[in-house]
Design a binder for this molecule. Structure first.
Ligand code: PEP
Ligand code: MG
Length: 573
């Protein structure tokens, strides 16, 4: 009998493969002493050797897939394995104290970790993390336990884990990883967003998938419905193989729309743009017929590494995106770190409510030494295409003015240095905070455009953490309160002759699209893989009818009423 578990559908498609469990294994041991120290030392040396072989493989893999920067983390780990200051005391402890190898390793490495962690130096704190990682690997070899490591997977699998961090997700090799399923997270958690740009089917927020699946179990992930089937029957396998093929066939059929305009059936054009995280996403942007980039999340440039990217490194990435988009509009968002996107090397203090804390524009204005190089890199790249810059998490007009002042200062500095900067850079903000939506008419006089970040706007308006599956019932994109805020922002921008886009996941949502067309949204920015489906849907909608639909929706009392209304008015479309 198969076991079916329900989660939240996070990325379209169907995956069928063996499970690869990405969970912390049990590394406990009972033997603390030995009466055969020579043998223990030998075991320790073997574990060191095997760890080295494994780490070298991981390192080379990371270099190939992710570049030399990311591989450097593993170089640091390899150095620890060769460090006599670390290795000798372990061997001595085995020899002199008759400690077992696992115990000697744990005690000595914990000493180093405590010392490094207590230092008031960022570099040293990172060394503590390196030692923790490496000693875990050596201990696993001593105990004969396999550590999960998604970057060395070399057969078709479905990843099953509690959660995937953005850097875990970035390490997944699309050639082998058919899909993933997690205990926690929602449709707008970053692992879900990444899975859509990697075009990997995903189901998140199952609460307990890691308790129900064992390594190697056959698993089906239905990223269209959120169903996960463990140990499928022959009939289920057949049915899902069929569903998988239909999914691919539909995707092929959609490709016909790649170069078509995005127009409603009564002739209203809207812009369908793509959200990207790195220049590596550009092929998907082109294949899916995006008319521009509505959100370039630059924080991925800063993640999965040990140090801040330099101004030049950033310049290269921004220039590449602008050049490849060939004059189409590119909206680059400045650093939005915080919330579920951490940068360990910034050593930020832990907060009670990270989504309400020191993040994004707040951090950038507080630490201009981080912000200025990004602004300079963007300004330098501005002559290579149609650049628009937007600031994330703006809560007050003052934040916008302060950020704009820094940008203008850097523009002046560059000009003084004889570096050319475009005079035609659009400057906008993300509308993610209810205070900003409420004051949209005032903002509209100063910004060139708005981009509504519904992923956050919904969580702040409904006071429902976007990462929490327990309150996901409150995370309601179609709640009339959200629709009213969206309407207010769009109208405020139009009054001042400005435009409004939306780059939260709601922009690509099949139920939301008719409403957003009706509310007069100008630009829809979404995972590239959602664009063609959205284009097909929009071609079948009438803007006049959708305006009436939206007028009724904002006067509904509940989200269910809105959904029923949309269904009743669009089912024939
Ligand atoms: C948003 O909040 O809607 C958004 C697009 O930003 P992010 O998902 O990166 O927080
Ligand atoms: Mg956001």
């Amino acid at each position: 009998m198969s076991n079916i578990i329900k989660g939240i559908a996070a990325s379209d498609g169907v995956a069928i493969a063996k499970a690869y469990l990405l969970v912390e294994p049990d590394l406990s041991y009972s033997q603390e002493t030995t009466d055969q120290p020579e043998q223990e030392i030998q075991k320790f040396n073997d574990a060191l050797k095997n760890s080295k072989i494994e780490l070298t493989k991981i390192r080379n893999n990371a270099e190939e897939q992710l570049g030399a920067d990311k591989a450097a983390i593993f170089d640091a780990h390899l150095l620890v394995l060769d460090d006599p200051e670390m290795i000798n005391p372990i061997e001595e402890k085995i020899k002199n104290d008759k400690a077992s190898a696992p115990h000697a390793l744990t005690e000595v490495s914990q000493n180093f970790i405590t010392i490094f962690e207590s230092m008031d130096n960022e570099y040293m704190k990172e060394r503590a993390a390196d030692i923790r990682d490496v000693s875990k690997r050596v201990l696993a070899h001593l105990l004969g336990v396999e550590l999960p490591n998604p970057s060395i997977i070399d057969e078709s699998v479905v990843i099953v884990g509690h959660d995937l961090t953005p850097s875990d997700t970035a390490q997944l090799n699309k050639q082998y990883v058919q899909g993933f399923v997690t205990n926690i997270g929602g449709r707008t958690s970053h692992s879900a967003i990444m899975s859509r740009s990697l075009e990997i089917p995903a189901v998140v927020g199952t609460k307990s998938i890691t308790d129900s699946v064992e390594q190697g179990d056959m698993v089906i992930i239905d990223g269209l419905t959120g169903d996960v089937i463990i140990d499928p029957t022959e009939d289920e396998l057949k049915a899902y193989q069929h569903k998988r093929e239909s999914f691919f066939a539909d995707r092929e059929a959609l490709k016909q729309l790649r170069d078509e305009p995005s127009k409603t059936k009564d002739g209203q054009h809207v812009e369908l743009a793509a959200n990207i995280g790195t220049p590596n996403d550009l092929p998907g942007v082109k294949d899916n017929g995006a008319e521009g980039i509505g959100l370039y999340r630059t924080e991925f440039l800063y993640m999965g590494r040990d140090t801040m990217p330099s101004e030049d490194e950033q310049f290269v990435a921004y220039k590449k995106v602008l050049q490849e988009m060939n004059g189409k509009r590119v909206v680059v968002r400045t650093l939005d770190i915080g919330g579920d996107k951490e940068l360990p090397y910034l050593n930020l203090p832990k907060e009670m409510n990270p989504f309400l804390g020191y993040r994004a524009i707040r951090l950038c204005l507080d630490q201009p030494e981080i912000f200025r190089p990004q602004l300079r890199a963007l300004l330098r790249a501005s002559t290579y295409g149609k650049l628009n810059i937007m600031f994330p998490m703006v809560a007050t007009i003052k934040e916008f003015r302060d950020a704009k002042a820094l940008l203008l200062e850097e523009k002046e500095n560059l000009k003084q240095e004889g570096i050319e900067v475009s005079d035609d850079i659009g400057l906008g903000i993300m509308v993610e905070i209810p205070s900003t939506a409420a004051l949209a008419d005032v903002f509209a006089k100063e910004v060139d455009f708005f981009s509504i970040g519904t992923n956050d706007l919904i969580q702040y308006t409904m006071a429902a953490d976007r990462m929490s599956e327990r309150v996901s019932y409150l995370y309601q994109p179609y709640n009339p309160s959200i629709l009213r805020l969206v309407k207010q922002v769009i109208e405020a921008s139009h009054k001042e002759g400005k435009w409004t886009g939306m780059c939260g996941e709601m922009a690509g949502d099949e139920t939301a699209i008719p409403l957003l067309i009706g509310l007069g949204l100008d630009e829809f920015s979404m995972s590239a893989t959602s664009i063609l489906k959205a284009r097909r849907q929009i071609k079948n909608l009438s803007q006049t009818e959708m305006t009436q639909l939206a007028d009724r929706a904002i006067n509904c009392a509940t989200v269910d009423e809105v959904v029923d209304l949309v269904k009743s008015k669009t089912s024939h479309a």
